[in-house]
Design a protein around this ligand. Structure first.
Ligand code: LLP
Length: 443
């Protein structure tokens, strides 16, 4: 898939103007420069400094409503559970909670965050290949809506814990449909060799077995085939297989009330053709329309990716005999996706004058001491003086959540824009914060 391929032809890169044309939350203003909704990004940089993550609340709401409308239009009774891992900030979670979203969580931390942000326990689904006994106990204690069980071993463990607590775990079996999907080796999850889920051929028997276990109530099946999926075909394949499984399980005499269709819907980082929520809803309806099941979804990236930018400043422009480098104050410790997956992110100058200036190819890098700390190669950008601002686009998903403090770099601040107002939703980390919990033993 183009957005994650290690080598992309820079001559085919969309221009900043083309990138902005497809992103209605971002516009260049002749005086104020690049605006996210009603707020000039330069104003945020003036007050908060850089690097800073900036999110649009309107975009979050708009995307959630677009998704739910598409599901409804396809005639589906469906509940999105936002995949908290994509961006777990409480303000993001609270925004989705107010829209009626549930949450898909994969750790105690995510479960606690979802509850704290006001997502009802009954709307929480717990996924993940290695839930600890402690985490399962918490999920049962909070009586969350559903636990997606990923193995026979986990099923036995959950049954023992639930029975011991006198609780009933509502479970779905996460089935591995053995399809190829996803933009990158590291984020494909639905192949037979991946660590996720229960082998397709073992699922019906395990479902029957689950029904014999104390503390367990089977409610359905779940699947998730990968992330940054730009083609509907693997979804159709996987859902048709899951629909067959539902029929097989029912033929054995068991109830299947819900099918959790997972997440993975891709976004056009580089202007790629990307499926719409309506397309995904069509693939779901095509497989399940006559099965009378409730549908759950676990979308992450599609909801939050385009809602955020990483705002950075140019530290310096460096020319070597071969290459023009633009060195930013943001780095791989902030946004790791380019270093980790060769991911392509749009980079747009913030100043109105920079937006129209002549461009030439440059490598956009961060200051971290690794060559992998490269956001873009041979990217067409204007001359950018120290202090010039740029926005790295589509940074709302798997951005701040994957950042670290490598090279003793404090975590960047986070801001949420809502119309013409904005709020610092997370203060920039201080250097004191970085060593706050460290102890130096006395010799
Ligand atoms: N459900 C499950 C069980 C998942 O494992 C994931 C993502 C999702 C839902 C949400 O998928 P989404 O709709 O966001 O594609 N860090 C990588 C992406 C890793 C995705 C892991 N699982 C990246 O930056 O591209």
């Amino acid at each position: 898939m183009a957005s994650l391929a290690p080598t992309t032809d820079p001559s085919e890169d969309p221009t900043p103007a083309e990138l902005l044309a497809g992103r209605h939350n971002l516009k260049h203003h002749a005086m104020d420069g690049l605006m996210l909704d009603g707020v000039p990004l330069a104003r945020i940089a003036d007050v908060v400094g850089t690097p800073t993550w900036v999110y649009s609340a309107e975009t979050l709401r708009h995307r959630y409503r677009t998704l739910t409308a598409a599901l409804k239009d396809a005639g589906l009774e469906a509940q999105p559970h936002y995949a908290v891992k994509a961006n777990d900030h409480l303000a993001i979670l609270a925004t989705f909670a107010r829209e009626g979203a549930g949450a898909d969580v994969v750790s105690e931390g995510e479960l606690r965050r979802a509850l704290k942000a006001g997502i009802p326990a009954s709307h929480i689904v717990y996924s993940g290949v290695g839930k600890s006994a402690r985490e399962l106990r918490l999920a049962l204690h909070e009586d969350i809506g559903q636990i997606n069980v990923e193995s026979a071993e986990e099923l036995a463990m959950l049954s023992a814990i639930a029975a011991g607590m006198g609780r009933i775990a509502r479970i779905a079996l996460r089935v591995n449909p053995d399809v190829e999907a996803g933009g990158h080796e590291k984020i494909s999850t639905g192949r037979a060799t991946d660590k996720f889920g229960i082998a397709f051929d073992a699922a019906a028997a395990l479902y029957a077995h689950a029904n014999t276990l104390p503390g367990i109530r089977t409610v359905g099946v779940a699947t998730h085939i990968g992330s940054q999926i730009l083609d509907l075909a693997p979804y159709r394949d996987a859902y048709l297989r899951i629909a067959d499984l539902v029929r097989t399980i029912r033929a054995q005499g068991f109830r299947v009330e819900t099918v959790d269709c997972g997440g993975g819907l891709g976004i056009p980082y580089r202007g790629e053709a990307a499926p719409s929520p309506a397309g995904l809803a069509g693939a779901i309806a095509g497989a399940f329309h006559n099965l009378d099941v409730r549908i759950a979804l676990e979308p992450g990236r599609w909801l939050v990716g385009p809602a955020g930018v990483l705002l950075a400043s140019v530290v310096l422009a460096k020319q070597t005999p071969t290459t023009r480098f633009v060195v930013l104050d943001a780095a791989m410790n902030d946004l790791v996706r380019p270093a980790m997956y060769d991911a392509w992110h749009g980079i747009v100058p913030v100043a109105a004058t920079d937006a129209v200036a002549a461009t030439s190819p440059c490598d956009v890098v961060g200051p971290v001491c690794e060559s992998g700390d490269t956001f873009a190669r041979s990217r067409a950008l204007p001359a950018l003086a120290p202090g010039a601002l740029v926005a790295l686009l589509d940074a709302g998903a798997y951005g701040a959540v994957m950042s670290s403090s490598y090279n003793a770099r404090p975590r960047a601040a986070e801001v949420m824009v809502d119309g013409e107002t904005w709020t610092v939703i997370r203060a920039r980390q201080t250097h004191e914060d970085l060593w706050a919990h460290e102890v130096v033993p006395i010799p």
